[in-house]
Write a protein that binds this ligand. Structure first.
Ligand SMILES: [Ca+2]
Ligand SMILES: [Ca+2]
Length: 228
């Protein structure tokens, strides 16, 4: 009976979208510091510790409305090099979504993350203005593209820009001086959806992106934490 009660409570919490996200263990577990990572991305992310993939968003980027939080544990050694690849959903290189429907539009992105030392409870890092980002995909280059009846990537207002990942960008010593300092965005600007409320965010964790939440579709972001 007690078990049934807990089950019902859990179901209720899940249906409200507020049940905490259970941390999954990752295969990155050789380091001295055990870290819980919590991430909410609009729409998709990969996190690397240095060159090593720690976790990939469990909902594929091909999913039109993919809003979910991820919680996971990994371990590493200082300097900790946190590298994100983040993608806002786009249907194709026009950068648009819901193409051909009444809702055809330029979608927007957003990323918030926090990293906690599992043993001490201390917050090791949060997304904030200390991160650096570099834009890999930009579209549409003219927002009028969203009003095209038959938007074609690379033509008219629907131009796009695609850049290669800079060689060696995941390394601790990579020179990111030419990268943009990130922009912090308010909750009202990002309007986080499903999953966001299932994480207890530290007050210092901010929504970040490169300078344009809408036009910048694929962004890489990095932070190096030298010591505890
Ligand atoms: Ca989006
Ligand atoms: Ca976009």
């Amino acid at each position: 009976m007690k078990y049934l009660g807990y089950t019902l409570l859990t179901m209720l919490l899940v249906s409200c979208g507020r049940a905490p996200v259970e941390a999954r263990k990752t295969a990155v577990n050789e380091g001295a510091v055990t870290i819980r990572g919590e991430v909410w991305a609009d729409n998709w992310f990969q996190l690397y510790l240095g060159e090593e993939l720690v976790v990939e968003d469990s909902v594929p980027i091909t999913t039109e409305r993919s809003f979910n939080a991820e919680s996971f544990e990994f371990s590493g050694d200082y300097p900790l090099v946190l590298n994100f690849v983040v993608k806002d959903f786009k249907q194709n290189d026009t950068g648009l979504e819901y193409i051909g429907s009444r809702r055809q539009q330029i979608g927007d992105g957003g990323l918030i993350a926090q990293f906690t030392n599992v043993d001490t409870g201390e917050v090791i890092a949060v997304t904030d203005r200390n991160w650096k980002c570099f834009v890999l995909h930009e579209a549409p280059l003219d927002p009028d593209c969203a009003h095209e009846r038959n938007p074609q990537a690379g033509s008219g207002p629907c131009g796009f820009l695609e850049r290669e990942e800079p060689a060696g960008w995941k390394a601790a010593g990579f020179d990111d001086q030419s990268w943009e300092a990130v922009t912090e965005f308010s909750k009202q600007e990002v309007r986080p959806k499903d999953g966001y409320d299932r994480i207890r965010w530290d007050r210092s964790a901010k929504f970040i992106w490169s300078s344009d939440l809408k036009i910048h579709n694929t962004v890489i972001c990095r932070l190096v934490i030298d010591k505890p």
